[in-house]
Design a binder for this molecule. Structure first.
Ligand SMILES: C[S@@+](CC[C@H](N)C(=O)[O-])C[C@H]1O[C@@H](n2cnc3c(N)ncnc32)[C@H](O)[C@@H]1O
Length: 159
């Protein structure tokens, strides 16, 4: 059986790749990790597998030029509470990126469908140029509109 060629983004020390490789179905063919310490761990664990640095400079063209073909991508993106960038790996029409723009956060959006990617970029451009898509008005919630706590809800939240 031919293994799926895996690109591991935000690789850290390669935990995802180790697990996926152990499944027997995947073979890591490239890593993308900006930090030098995890890079050194990757280099020791996955001898000869290329490690790219900043994801902002990594493109499909670069991978193709380096002869790297990819079947699957995984990513352990930076934790959002301590991160300065919002990453949406299934970008669709860009709602997450738009929310990030609206709240003045940096963002990275990944979308495989060109039509959706263009739609997303158009929405974001419109927003940046101030043409449309104002931030949605906050809905007021009155105490009466909130669900009454019940025994069942308390049980669900406990377990
Ligand atoms: C949550 S950790 C990933 C952990 C990983 N899944 C593992 O098994 O070790 C996120 C990683 O993203 C890396 N990172 C942050 N910004 C990056 C960037 N611009 N390009 C590439 N890697 C980046 C961090 O250095 C960090 O190692």
């Amino acid at each position: 059986m031919e293994k799926l060629k895996l690109l591991d983004l935000f690789s850290g020390i390669g935990g995802f790749s180790l697990g996926l490789e152990a499944s027997g179905y995947f073979e890591p063919v490239a890593f993308c990790e900006i930090d030098t310490f995890p890079q050194s761990v990757l280099a020791r664990r996955f001898v000869g597998v290329p490690i790219y640095g900043d994801i902002r400079a990594l493109t499909a063209e670069r991978l193709r030029a380096d002869g790297i073909m990819v079947d699957a991508i995984c990513g352990g993106f930076p934790c959002q509470d301590i991160s300065v960038v919002v990453l949406d790996p299934f970008g669709g029409s860009g709602t997450t990126a738009l929310a990030a723009e609206t709240t003045e956060r940096k963002w990275i959006l990944i979308e495989r469908d060109e039509e959706y990617a263009e739609k997303a970029m158009a929405r974001i451009r419109d927003h940046v140029l101030g043409e449309s898509h104002p931030a949605p008005a906050k809905k007021k919630r009155t105490p009466a509109a909130l669900p009454k706590p019940t025994h069942e809800i308390a049980q669900v939240s406990l377990f």
